[in-house]
Design a protein around this ligand. Structure first.
Ligand code: ADP
Ligand code: ASP
Ligand code: MG
Length: 453
């Protein structure tokens, strides 16, 4: 029996009619049954700009963005020769977008709900257009059906970073997509968006379409999830920072998850959790170069290099809480982390000393007034912004003598603000000034990857 395959295409794979037809061919050649798509390249950013311009009250600027989004999607629609009934859906979505922007503009306020609703237009538009691309490319006997992902991807109501309800997603998939393996239909659906219990549109966080693909894969019991993007798989670091980044053929789930969580944009941080739970193989490849090797993410890989890859998470803040009360006390850290839990804020790296504890958070968290107010009850709170978290990802990292000295020798004059090592055998991370982050990556890449070639 054929494998059940979910294929996900990111924004650049949806950039224009040519990219859509190319991605449709990749879906056909790689036997995709469910296709999850992102908004066309740049559209989510434009929708967010639209919402913020509407809040600022500059409707003229809003109109410019609306026209840009409309013309981009109309051009693709005409090049793909959309049928009138599908063109009508595109126009309905564009008119929903203008109405939402007008509403936000009149109120001069964009609630998290409104923000999710307006962002959802991007994926809803691209998926309608891509359905025609699939109809054009697939064999005549295969039907291409558009699916509103909100009928299956049920989440909680945390707009902007909604948490999926795995059991409900599985139930909805069973009910709405029961015969995927036997039927001759290919479903085209949206990444990034979901629906809460109230029936309101939610989003999974920026870059969330990768996560949608593995969640759907888990829901339908897929054998394989393919992530098609603009690079031929996962590389030893971001090729935009190091053009010498080397392709990785096979990587373990654990290493790939560390890379994703610690900033490698090629995968949304939580992409691999559903795949790991449901034991689904994941492949990352380029829709522009589908014949290239790409990267397989598997339970384990034969090669276990000390340093497999490095990642950078930019625009981080370091939060330090200092108090003499911490000395010889217990329960202090528990109280601090309770405050983080209460405000649903996640921490990446932590270090402690006798009287202080430091942790890295996303820059936006640094302005979370309620959290900072609560933390001030425990001691003095200091905030250092514009930091970058640099990570080395590999194997046996916490049991290899000499690794630290190689890292610090390579960094030489770059000031290292905080170091986290020992908790995982797969990760060594440290904080540097944000503007020195890319240089730190280049030097580490030279030391651990290029010099070994
Ligand atoms: P998509 O729109 O397809 O989701 P993204 O822009 O989100 O694509 O992710 C692909 C980008 O991730 C690449 O263009 C590359 O710059 C970046 N990237 C960061 N780290 C890595 C890495 N280790 N390997 C490959 N790409 C990486
Ligand atoms: N379109 C969304 C974004 O730009 C989701 C995604 O592309 O994965 O963040
Ligand atoms: Mg992405």
């Amino acid at each position: 029996m054929d494998q059940l395959v979910v294929a996900k295409f990111g924004g650049t794979s949806m950039a224009d009619a040519t990219a859509m037809l190319r991605s449709a061919k990749v879906s056909r050649d790689h036997k995709a049954k469910v296709i999850v798509v992102s908004a066309t390249s740049g559209t989510t950013n434009q929708l967010l700009d639209l919402a913020s311009m509407a809040v600022k009250g500059s409707w003229e600027e809003c109109e410019k963005i609306i026209v840009a989004i409309e013309s981009k999607h109309h051009l693709i629609a005409s090049e793909l020769k959309l049928k009138p009934e599908q063109l009508k859906i595109v126009d309905q979505l564009l008119s929903e977008m203008s109405t939402l922007a007008r509403g936000i503009n009149l109120l001069r306020e964009c609630s998290p709900r409104a923000k999710d609703q307006i962002q959802s237009i991007g994926e809803r538009l691209s998926s309608v257009l891509f359905t025609t691309a699939v109809q054009t490319i697939f064999e005549d006997e295969t039907k291409a059906a558009w699916l509103d992902v909100r009928s299956v991807l049920i989440t909680d109501s945390q707009h902007g970073k909604a948490v999926p309800n795995i059991i409900k997603i599985a139930n909805k998939c069973k009910k709405l997509l029961p015969n995927l393996r036997s039927e001759d239909t290919v479903y085209i659906t949206q990444g990034f968006i979901g629906k809460d219990e109230l029936g309101l549109t939610t989003t999974l966080g920026r870059g969330g379409s990768d996560y949608s693909a593995t969640l759907i894969g888990e829901g339908i019991g897929a054998d394989l999830v393919q992530i098609w993007t603009d690079v031929a798989g996962i590389a030893t670091t971001d090729p935009r920072i190091c053009p010498n980044a080397q392709p990785i053929d096979v990587i373990s789930f654990k290493e790939a998850a560390e890379l994703a969580v610690f900033g490698a944009k090629v995968l949304h941080p939580t992409t691999l959790s559903p795949a790991l739970r449901a034991n689904i193989a994941v492949f990352v490849g380029s829709s522009y170069e589908a014949e290239a090797k790409g990267t397989w993410i598997r339970k384990s890989s034969d090669a276990t290099p000390l340093v497999r890859a490095m990642a950078i998470k930019r625009d981080q803040a370091l939060l330090t809480i200092t108090t003499p009360k911490m000395m010889n006390a217990y329960g202090f850290l528990a109280n601090i982390f309770n405050a983080f839990a209460l405000h649903k804020v996640s921490v990446d790296a932590i270090t402690t000393s006798e009287i202080s504890v430091s942790m890295t958070v996303d820059a936006a968290t640094a302005h979370h007034k309620e959290l900072l107010h609560d933390l001030k009850r425990f001691g003095d709170v200091a905030l250092e912004e514009k930091q970058a978290l640099v990570s080395l990802i590999g194997n046996n990292i916490n049991h290899t003598p000499g690794l630290g000295s190689r890292i610090f020798k390579a960094l030489a004059d770059i000031n290292v603000r905080m170091v986290c090592q020992g908790a995982s055998k797969h990760n060594f991370c440290f904080l540097v000034n944000d503007n020195e982050g890319p240089e730190a990556i280049k030097r580490l890449h030279h030391e651990f990857i290029e010099r070994q070639l």
